[in-house]
Design a protein around this ligand. Sequence first.
Ligand SMILES: CC(C)(COP(=O)(O)OP(=O)(O)OC[C@H]1O[C@@H](n2cnc3c(N)ncnc32)[C@H](O)[C@@H]1OP(=O)(O)O)[C@@H](O)C(=O)NCCC(=O)NCCS
Length: 179
Amino acid sequence: MSLVTLRPMRAEDADTVAALHATSWRSAYRGMLTDDFLDNQVVADRQAVWRERLQGPATAPAFGVVAEDAKGQMIGFTYVLLHHDPVWGSLIDNLHVLPEHKGDGIGRRLLQAVAKQLGTEHTRPCFLWVLDANEPAKRFYARMGAEFAEQSMAPPFGGVSLPEWRCVWRDPATLLNDA
Ligand SMILES: CC(C)(COP(=O)(O)OP(=O)(O)OC[C@H]1O[C@@H](n2cnc3c(N)ncnc32)[C@H](O)[C@@H]1OP(=O)(O)O)[C@@H](O)C(=O)NCCC(=O)NCCS
């Protein structure tokens, strides 16, 4: 695998993160979200979200981590809303790796970067939501030691509302034990 580096997400990353997010959704969520949304709306939708998050007024404590290849091109990212839920802790709200880089260990490295940062913030547990239909991601989270704690309905997005699972790491430091 070529050299991949991680760094903190910055405000000027908004449009690049949005483009990667849209590419990932088009690949991973085809057949789950509507074709119209994925073909015609997803880029603008994600741009609005990431510009607001990274360039708008700060509304909640959060941090992001991006993965870059040797040329400095962004190939993955994750974003965390700290202390999001009084019971379940910090929310990992998005973890995406470009389709052509899946399986290269980048998702694991991004999750481990989250665990390290949560450790320094004395924050635990952490959780994320994964769509029930997203079988590859569910297998990845199971491999990463997540507990599938409960099922719920996702708030409508991309034209539909879908069942999803709450994946929990009661002690995120366990992620660091995985080589
Ligand atoms: C899910 C995702 C983040 C995983 O990241 P990744 O970089 O592909 O995964 P890694 O290469 O770090 O895999 C780490 C481990 O999980 C395993 N794994 C990853 N994907 C897997 C899959 N689909 N099925 C089974 N195991 C899988 C790997 O084999 C590896 O285990 P190993 O070391 O024992 O071989 C990435 O594939 C992705 O972005 N998918 C599309 C978007 C998405 O669904 N995001 C999640 C939204 S909730």
